[in-house]
Design a protein around this ligand. Structure first.
Ligand code: SDX
Length: 431
């Protein structure tokens, strides 16, 4: 929303330019530079978008200094443990927590889209048995576009709603099929009598050989982890989905682009990298050595699961996950999990080190989540897939918000050109 206040910009040649201020309901003000290039012939420069608001959005609010995270105004601390993942999906998509009837109807829509086309199920036969699940997720999710390409008018709200339901419903089915492919086990078809998360655990761990009922402790812990990972403002993968979708491209292909971005170890791939790091550190005695490596500018090693572009305080999700970690390990009789002990000692030592304190590097959402996934029997290569299942809610909510915005324009950043200036072509005989 434009504020009546303005800022004055004085250019090198002395010319002054007036730029409007923009203010939301919460958070920092913004200088609206939409007209800057047209008024001055100059760009702004902000690689990594540290100081750039790319859009208006009413979905998620983060305050990095205070460690605040709210979905549609509800603090994450109040949603976690009180609202199911599907309630939170409804909140992110439609802006309100559902009533009992609304949740029942929403759950019905999602449940009846959980199967994938049999032709898509056969895609997995083309992958090596040891293909990384995230590689399969990118490929298979993008291929959903081949099944729904013609029935999708993104200008039609009904089509957008069906696409949103399909993506949220099918992600666990595709994810579980990735795991089954790695295990060499048959795919388990969805069960409509189970909850969203219970059905995922069933498709992951059931076999045709015996009855399987999801462990209620595992179901509750995983549903909570899905809530905590559901959305996070304009993070790298959500911004990827927005930029890809701004051209009007098929939303399934755009979500596949988001999955690709999430895979990176600096983003969602960090949860897998944390467990690899803890295993490499091996024991409490080695912690000091690895903290020194993390501080050494000449050493590419970073403390995975630490630091955040926005949070310069504790990631509120990390606090909740650490508590859940304790409970899950105790309830699953894995209390002396050496990796959890090591993670807690690493956190304690790192937070006492001035390098981390100065840079406000705290544990983030990825630091403890992998330990819970491992305790639930989920293999490390599937950790980022867990993140992708949960974050589909955020990607789809931001896609819906952006596509239904009448002001939508294709995202097309500019650059500062640093290449050769004009030069004449030289025929190959003279080179
Ligand atoms: C997620 O954006 C989101 O919202 C993401 C996310 C979501 O829900 O979508 O929250 C999920 O991706 C969480 C982050 C998971 N990634 C990791 O845990 C990987 C380790 N963390 C870093 O790679 C890093 O902290 C980032 C990528 C998370 C943030 O990078 P920035 O904002 O570009 O920070 P930076 O690289 O500019 O670091 C600032 C300083 C640097 O030192 P100086 O040059 O100032 O001396 O802090 C140092 C960095 O070297 N630093 C670290 C560090 N993270 C930053 N040093 C050691 N270990 C680290 N983990």
């Amino acid at each position: 929303m434009t504020d009546e206040k303005k800022v004055m910009l004085t250019l090198p040649e002395g010319k002054t330019v007036e730029l409007p201020l923009r203010k939301g309901t919460e958070g920092p003000q913004a200088i609206d530079i939409t007209s800057l290039y047209q008024q001055t012939g100059m760009f702004t420069f902000d690689p990594g978008f540290v100081s750039t608001a790319s859009c208006d959005s009413g979905i998620t609010y983060i305050d990095g200094q205070e460690g605040i995270l709210r979905y549609r105004g509800y603090p994450i601390e109040e949603l976690a443990g009180n609202a199911s993942y599907l309630e939170v999906v409804h909140l992110l998509l439609y802006g309100e927590l559902p009533s009992v009837e609304e949740l029942q109807s929403f759950r019905g829509h999602i449940t009846h889209h959980t199967m994938i086309n049999e032709a898509l199920r056969r895609f997995f036969e083309g992958f090596h048995y040891d293909a990384h699940p995230m590689a399969m997720m990118v490929g298979v999710t993008g291929s959903l576009a081949a099944f729904y390409h013609d029935s999708l008018d993104i200008k039609d709200a009904r089509h957008r709603d069906i696409s949103a339901h399909r993506m949220i419903a099918k992600m666990p089915t595709i994810a579980a099929a990735c795991y089954k492919h790695n295990m060499g086990e048959p795919v388990m078809y969805p069960r409509n009598d189970l909850s969203y998360t219970g059905n995922f655990l069933y498709m992951m761990f059931a076999t045709p050989c015996e009855e399987y009922e999801p462990n209620p402790i595992a179901e509750k812990a995983l549903d909570l982890l899905f809530v905590l990972h559901a959305d996070h403002e304009q993070n790298a993968s959500t911004s990827t989905v927005r930029l890809a979708s701004s051209s009007g491209a098929n939303p399934f292909a755009c979500v596949a682009a988001g999955i690709a971005s999430l895979w990176g170890p600096a983003h969602g791939g960090a949860n897998e990298a944390v467990l690899d790091m803890l295993e490499e550190i091996g024991s409490v005695d080695n912690i000091e050595k690895y903290i020194a490596k993390a501080k050494d500018k000449d050493d590419p090693f970073r403390l995975m699961g630490f630091g955040h572009r926005v949070y310069k305080n504790y990631d509120p999700r990390a606090k909740i996950i650490r508590e859940v970690c304790h409970q899950v390990l105790e309830e699953l009789a894995d209390t002396n999990n050496p990796l959890f002990e090591l993670a807690m000692r690493l956190e304690e030592i790192a937070l006492q080190d001035e390098y981390f304190a100065e840079r406000k590097l705290y544990p983030n959402v990825d630091f403890y989540s992998g330990i819970i996934y491992q305790a639930l029997g989920i293999p490390r290569t599937m950790f980022t897939v867990m993140f992708a299942i949960a974050r589909t809610a955020g990607w789809v909510a931001h896609w819906t918000e952006m596509i239904s915005d009448p002001q939508l324009r294709i995202g097309r950043p500019r650059q500062i050109y640093t290449g050769p200036t004009k030069r004449a072509f030289v025929p190959i005989e003279q080179r």
